[in-house]
Design a protein around this ligand. Structure first.
Ligand code: SF4
Length: 420
């Protein structure tokens, strides 16, 4: 990045030593990462009480929890409760993906009541006004989209998914590719529909300069959305996906030239054997900007258990260089997640992130493994709980036999006691 926007510069000066301590990194390494664009700092000064959060390895892998209402289920209190649950489980950020009810109120409450950086997809808000009125979202105006981005930036949104790379050419390639699943991103699908109906190019692509101006002013990180990500393993790595990645890479450079921080969003559904190569190539093409992956899901047949497929893909992806995991819950592809699903989704991502960090040789992650191993060897159940990702779960699982030194798995056959 040639110049940091003034808000980022101030945030960097204010929080650098705090971030360095939290991430166990050298402060100058972080400053260099922010300058080059291999790291981003989620922090819109308009979001009071926001915890400034660094994304981009070698900072720790971060986890996002998607929340928000749907047209079928509108309960903002429940969404806030889910957000608190996500934070307790260890999520680093949340995204408000609401599409039902008063989206302005929903966003404002997240901003006021949750300290984690907040991400949004502004096109949802514009489209919702049309869809809720029974109108075609292809009627939405370009200016409305830019206005919405500006309003959300002013409100304090820390990062926004903007599908600027869904160009007419990329959509055409997706159509020609005879995909199993076509376009599976809501934002991508709305824009593809809009472009076809209006015979125009994507306004977020054409008016990218205006978007940059807004984002620079408020230090909003642009998460360049992968609107044409594969939604089926069979679609992974096709020409439409790569066309979009190349456009995103060019837009990322333009953004950094204007002092705007950028993340790249990644797949999607990707078979296991393609995860590593996809991640490495996307990172390379996009100048090693932080990569925010949506899974990747390594199988298409796990509805109800997609958090497991997502964790498998997520671990591999982070080992290959991905920086930020969007959780997948057991409700993925089926329904709006409840609190249990949110907790499970964050835990699955945490397992993936930690597995990758151990594999990458991160001292803090290895230290965590060693501490719990020592506690297990000593049958020190208090410490085992403390060092676990989910201490409450450990205690709950132990409670029926809590008075015993061994656990109920082997009882007196406890291998740790028989030979140590
Ligand atoms: S009882 Fe079995 S599972 Fe439990 S701590 Fe001992 S060896 Fe491990």
């Amino acid at each position: 990045m040639e110049t940091m926007n003034p808000e980022l510069k101030t945030a960097c000066d204010t929080y650098l030593s705090e971030l360095a301590e939290k991430e166990a990194l050298d402060a100058e390494e972080i400053r260099t990462g922010l300058h080059s664009g291999t790291m981003v700092l989620l922090y819109n000064p308009g979001h009071e009480n926001c915890i400034p959060t660094l994304i981009g390895q070698p900072a720790s892998v971060k986890i996002n929890a998607n929340l928000g209402t749907s047209p079928f289920l509108i309960d903002q209190d429940l969404e806030l409760s889910k957000a608190r649950s996500a934070a307790d489980a260890g999520a680093d950020t949340i995204m408000d993906l609401s599409t039902g009810g008063d989206l302005d109120i929903s966003r404002t409450r997240f901003l006021q009541e949750i300290e984690l950086p907040l991400g949004t997809v502004p096109i949802y808000c514009v489209a919702q006004e049309y869809i809720a009125d029974g109108k075609d979202p292809a009627e939405m105006g370009e200016d409305e989209l830019i206005r919405e981005i500006r309003q959300q930036a002013e409100q304090g949104v820390d990062f926004m998914t903007l599908h600027c790379g869904v160009t007419r050419r990329a959509v055409q390639l997706a159509k020609q590719a005879d995909r199993k699943m076509g376009v599976v991103s809501r934002g991508g699908s709305l824009l593809a529909r809009w472009m076809e109906a209006n015979d125009r190019e994507n306004p977020l692509f054409e008016r990218f300069d205006e978007v940059l101006e807004v984002c620079a002013r408020h230090n909003v990180v642009i998460s360049l959305g992968d609107g044409l990500r594969p939604g089926a393993g069979a679609d992974a790595g096709d020409s439409a996906q790569w066309e979009e990645v190349i456009v995103l890479s060019q837009l990322g450079r333009l953004a950094r030239e204007k002092g705007v921080q950028v993340m790249i969003e990644g797949p999607g559904h990707v078979p296991l054997h393609q995860v590593e190569s996809q991640i490495q190539q996307i990172k390379r093409v996009c100048d090693y900007a932080p990569l925010y992956v949506l899974g990747p899901l390594t199988t298409d047949i796990s509805p109800g258990y997609d958090h497991i497929g997502g964790a498998i893909g997520g671990a591999l992806a982070c080992k290959a260089g991905a920086d930020f995991l969007c959780y997948i819950t057991p409700a993925e592809h089926l329904t709006l997640p409840n609190e249990y699903d949110v907790w499970q989704g964050v835990m699955a991502s945490a397992v993936a992130a930690h597995s990758a960090e151990v594999s990458l040789g991160r001292p803090a992650a290895i230290e965590k493994n060693n501490r719990i191993s020592e506690a297990r060897k000593a049958l020190d159940w208090e410490s085992i709980a403390d060092y676990s990702l989910d201490p409450g779960m450990v205690k709950k699982r132990r409670e029926n036999f809590a008075s015993k030194e061994e656990c109920a798995m082997c009882g007196e056959f406890c291998a740790v006691k028989l030979f140590s």
